[in-house]
Write a protein that binds this ligand. Structure first.
Ligand SMILES: Nc1ncnc2c1ncn2[C@@H]1O[C@H](COP(=O)(O)OP(=O)(O)O)[C@@H](O)[C@H]1O
Ligand SMILES: [Mg+2]
Length: 300
């Protein structure tokens, strides 16, 4: 690889035990997860809840308060607060193992919540959904979780996969109607409706994963690493689709993105999560302009 220039970080890469890269930087800028965690902790400010409230505005649609959650008896998230307004997007970035996916899991009800609360709704009509099961989240609270790769049924056709997205609906017909609306919205998916999912391109498969979540017409989309495993041109396509869902359809989006640059360019709000705590919060643009965030997550 080419010269490292003057940033002097090649030494760190040499001494790193657990090597993992971030952002678009080359191998030269790779530093270890432990290094990133330590460095973000050093720069972490106390993030007051008032700051999160300022970012989301007066009436947050999703409110997470003092959340302690984890797997089994192990606590992974320590006092996480989060606020996002209806039709806003929020992106979580941070080193591997920071607990980003765990936040989405907690919102959807995939893990154990030890204390704290999750509320959804407008104005005075905020519903406590902390204890709802994933099925209840989807059918009653309008929250959908978009699974990472490998969640489509490869031997089923595109349309059958979409119908599966409506498994919680009372009538099969309702799911089929919803699928037709999705085919109207995404002609490239319609063109593939009778093809088995396994023949789709990576980008089409991601579109199918997103679309399947839309069958239940959710208000809140939880999206874990939409760009993972995709070629660059498909990454742009997926972010365009998410952009449309937010800005045309008015969905509220909470995403995790390891491609921090893409995620922060997309999102209204960014949080840096480290060791199960929110270490930095700002608008997406603020985090993009933050030199430390740039150095650690945006490839320098
Ligand atoms: N299903 C699980 N059971 C037990 N521990 C888990 C599980 N999923 C994740 N963890 C642990 O929780 C921590 C946070 O993981 P995760 O939220 O996946 O991190 P991130 O998405 O930020 O990379 C890690 O220490 C991980 O090993
Ligand atoms: Mg994750």
């Amino acid at each position: 690889m080419s010269d490292t220039g003057s940033n002097g970080r090649a030494d760190k890469a040499d001494s790193a035990q657990a090597i993992s890269g971030y952002g678009s930087g080359g191998v030269e800028t790779v530093i270890s997860v432990d290094d990133v965690t330590r460095q973000v902790k050093e720069m972490a400010e106390e993030v007051p809840v008032s700051k999160l409230e300022a970012l989301a505005g007066a009436d947050p649609y999703v409110t997470i308060e003092n959340l302690h959650a984890g797997y089994g008896k192990m606590e992974i998230l320590h006092n996480v607060n989060l606020r996002v307004a209806r039709k806003q997007s929020l992106c979580l970035i941070g080193p591997n193992g920071a607990g980003k996916s765990t936040v989405l899991h907690a919102i959807f009800g995939f893990n154990n919540i030890f204390s704290g609360s999750i509320r959804i709704g407008d104005g005075a009509d905020k519903k406590d959904v902390t204890k709802l099961s994933p099925n209840q989240k989807l059918s009653q609270a309008g929250i959908a979780y978009i699974l990472q790769d490998k969640s489509v049924f490869p031997g089923m056709t595109v349309e059958e996969n979409l119908w599966m997205g409506g498994f919680l609906k009372d009538q099969v017909n309702e799911a089929k109607q919803a699928a037709e609306m999705i085919f109207d919205k995404y002609p490239r998916l319609a063109a593939r409706r009778r093809h088995q999912a396994k023949v789709l391109s990576g980008g089409e498969r991601r579109l199918l994963e997103i679309s399947r979540a839309l069958v239940m017409n959710p208000e809140v989309l939880l999206v874990d690493e939409p760009s993972i495993g995709l070629e660059p041109r498909f990454i742009d396509m997926v972010f365009e689709i998410l952009h449309g869902l937010q800005h045309e359809d008015g969905k509220t989006i909470i995403m995790v993105e390891q491609n921090a640059k893409k995620g922060l360019e997309f999102a209204d709000i960014g949080y840096v999560l480290v060791s199960g705590e929110v270490a930095i919060a700002g608008s997406g643009d603020e985090l993009l302009a933050n030199p430390k965030v740039g150095q650690l997550f945006l490839g320098g």
